[in-house]
Ligand binder design. Sequence first.
Ligand code: DAH
Length: 340
Amino acid sequence: MLEELLTKLREITADAEASLAQAKNEGDIDAVKNKTIGRSGAITALSPMMGKLPPESKRDAGKAFNEAKTKIQNALSEARKKLEDSELSDMPAIDVTLPGRKWPLGRKHPLSQTIDECCAIFRRMGFVAVSGPEIEDIWHNFDALNAPLTHPSRDPKDTFYLPDGRLMRTQTSAVQIRTMEKQKPPVRIVSPGRCYRRDTPDATHGVYFHQIEGLYIDKNVSMADLKSTLRQFASEYFGREVKVRMRPSFFPFTEPSLECDFSCVMCGGKGCGVCKNSGWLEIVGAGMVNPKVLENVGYNPEEVQGFAFGFGLERLAMIKHRINDLRIFSDNDLRFLQQF
Ligand code: DAH
């Protein structure tokens, strides 16, 4: 009787261990438990046999029962642990000590940075930044600025006209007119923005480019004010050591007109490839506002006068950052843009 009981216990235990070795999930493990030590399991079912044993065998039988139960319980927890471990190892490893993912921060386009910088310099001299429309009418872009009807810039070969007769502004000077039409003197504005011309694109020309316009109208404004304004700008944008010089020139909307050169920032004025060995860089067109322009906007040239200036922002940025091709500003090449 005892032998029979011990054999059965051994068989059940071995069977349970074998099944647990194959267990693939919680369900398999629970099934083994139920089949063996569960309430209606095989081991539980054997316990009535105990009562039928002779008293001298009961001790051994009890010990064997406990051993079998312990063995199965150990095997069950081992199987559970194995299952847990394998589930964990199937999960992708997470290193909680890694730093968080950084979102790449955008930054301003180099031309926008140039615009901001120029406006800031002029703001410190009392100029307010204003903007005007890129689609203009002939009055603001040409007529009011005193451009003669025969002026070559009016030619459709040079200017983009819209079917309705308006045009893509060729110069920010148009904003001078819009400002003076709206506002009584004194006026002290700068106006950065995009202009359009029918040029064949190359390293220094595009079909659009950016200018900044300046206008200062008040009583007793003189050429000396213009010169000191441009000199102050040159030294703030390029550095103290930069010199300025003025040459007579012609623009329909200024009289007298001049061009303002800055000493070459590359060679310090000695002469190099960038300044074409002249030591000077042509930067600004400027002059005293033509009395005809003041009349066109209803100002009295006997009472007020002023100066205006305008220059290209690409050219300024190209000189400062040593860029040799203007097309790179509109290529959207991150390798270029990320350097700013
Ligand atoms: N509008 C001129 C251009 O497109 C630049 C310019 C020259 C603007 C003289 C001015 C000025 O205000 O006074 O080339």
